[in-house]
Design a protein. Structure first.
Length: 450
């Protein structure tokens, strides 16, 4: 069993969580085409959300400032931290937030050097250690986030809907109020949308600072995943985690009107792709991946087709005489439906590590969080290295997507195919005496045979 290789370089612990980073130099600020909307779209996924913090750090160092942030569950909490702080403070506050919630609620934390040593030993030790950390989260909760209800509620005994859960999240409100400026959020410097589901109606709802004043409760509701966390009451209605219905807010950004040229960074924490499990523990993990990946590919495919239809409709309308377009009511309806705007979605998806299991979304260990953060930073740096991916799509395309993981898979497939062809070529080459004979000039062969 091979030991797990530690990172090349680790940031100074005084900077916060001591996030793992690679040795690559920080990229220079990037000049973007004139997109009207630059959206950061954050999926739910509990402890995996540190990956999104790493992605945001990479955007920040590249000088890319989203003007619309939309999130669900942990994505909503990251949204609150980002939008609720001045740009120069956002990464620092994200570090403080993740450092806070990755500490045990009551028990003392494992000494940092010991935790990192256990984390870096080998896959078996790492898997056992992270499983214990996940069990600790279930037993005692996480600092500044959630704690078990005492006494433990009896499942069949009726009571207050706000207490119908295994854990109490009142500490999360204190954490958000400490780290976020809600006046800044409601000043609308950045558009903010967080998704939740109405428990009474079953309908999905978005809390948006362009339509209402947002409070900590809106963000907590977006992350109130039952039965662990209780529904949150807002204006007489009760809300659960948006992931109960849909775990990605991409569709909300794409369908917004009036339509605008949009660059969207879609940051997912669950991958729809994965190996077929061969044991029950892996089955549970794979089911979560499929459930919470929330058909992101279906949404992008649907939006791509819809955008193409709008572009075709616009081109058809251009062939209609101007006086008919102005006076015909059906042409006016078509004008509203037609769209010449362009959409570019850059997709980043956290890739599960071998040691992670079905508890990965509530395994809040500091070392694991550092690895998630570093993975997000690495992926966004690599994504931004493809400068042509940031170009405005042409009018014929209308909607394009790019995925660094798909690019890596294609490169690996090509490399494997190239290696196979090379192996076949070597296998077909003559060997031994046959090779020597094949290499001789034909005249020499005839002379030797004579």
């Amino acid at each position: 069993m091979k030991p797990h290789a530690p990172a090349e370089k680790r940031a100074d612990d005084d900077a916060g969580i001591g996030v793992e980073v690679d040795s690559a130099r920080h990229p220079a600020h990037i000049h973007l085409p004139p997109y009207e909307t630059i959206a950061l779209v954050l999926q739910g996924g509990g402890a995996l959300g540190a990956y999104q913090a790493g992605v945001y750090e990479g955007l920040d160092e590249a000088g890319i400032a989203p003007n619309w942030i939309s999130g669900i569950s942990i994505g909503a909490l990251n949204t609150a931290i980002i939008a609720g702080n001045a740009p120069a403070k956002r990464v620092e506050r994200l570090r403080e937030f993740w450092e806070t919630i990755c500490r045990p609620a009551y028990w003392p934390s494992v000494a940092a050097p010991l935790e990192q040593m256990l984390f870096d030993m080998n896959e078996m030790v790492r898997k056992g250690f992270t499983a214990l950390q996940a069990a600790g989260a279930l037993m005692q909760g996480q600092h500044g986030f959630f704690t078990p209800r005492m006494p433990t509620p009896l499942p069949w005994v009726p009571g207050d809907p706000a207490a119908a859960s295994w854990y109490d999240t009142s500490h999360l409100k204190t954490t958000l109020e400490r780290l976020c400026d809600f006046d800044r959020i409601n000043a609308r410097e950045v558009r903010v949308s967080v998704g939740a589901v109405n428990v009474g109606t079953g309908n999905f709802a978005y809390f948006d600072n362009t339509r209402m004043k947002l409070r900590p409760e809106h963000f907590i509701a977006s992350g109130a995943l039952p039965p662990g966390f209780a529904a949150v009451e807002i204006d007489g209605e009760h809300y659960w985690d948006g992931g109960v219905v849909s775990n990605t807010p991409l569709y909300e950004v794409m369908r917004s009107t009036p339509r605008k040229d949009t660059l969207a960074f879609q940051v997912d924490l669950w991958s729809a792709r994965g190996p077929v499990p061969d044991n029950i523990a892996e089955v549970a993990s794979r089911v979560k991946d499929i459930q919470y990946s929330s058909r992101t590919r279906l949404v992008t495919d649907m939006m791509q087709r819809s955008q193409r239809f709008r572009n075709v409709l616009r081109e058809v309308l251009e062939k209609v005489p101007a006086d008919v377009r102005e006076n015909d009511p059906w042409c006016q309806v078509a004008e509203d439906l037609a769209c010449g705007r362009r959409y570019n979605v850059l997709h980043l998806i956290y890739q599960q590590q071998k040691y992670e299991a079905h508890y990965k979304d509530y395994q809040f260990g500091v070392s694991t969080m550092r690895e998630h953060w570093a993975a997000g930073l690495k992926d966004i740096r690599e994504t931004l290295g493809h400068r042509d991916w940031l170009d405005m799509p042409d009018n014929d395309a209308g909607f394009v997507t790019h995925d660094i993981h798909r690019t890596r898979r294609n490169a690996e497939t090509m490399k494997a195919s190239s290696g196979l062809l090379q192996s076949e070529s070597v296998a077909q080459e003559p060997h031994g005496a046959a090779a020597l004979e094949a290499a001789e000039p034909s005249g020499a062969k005839r002379k030797r045979r004579a």
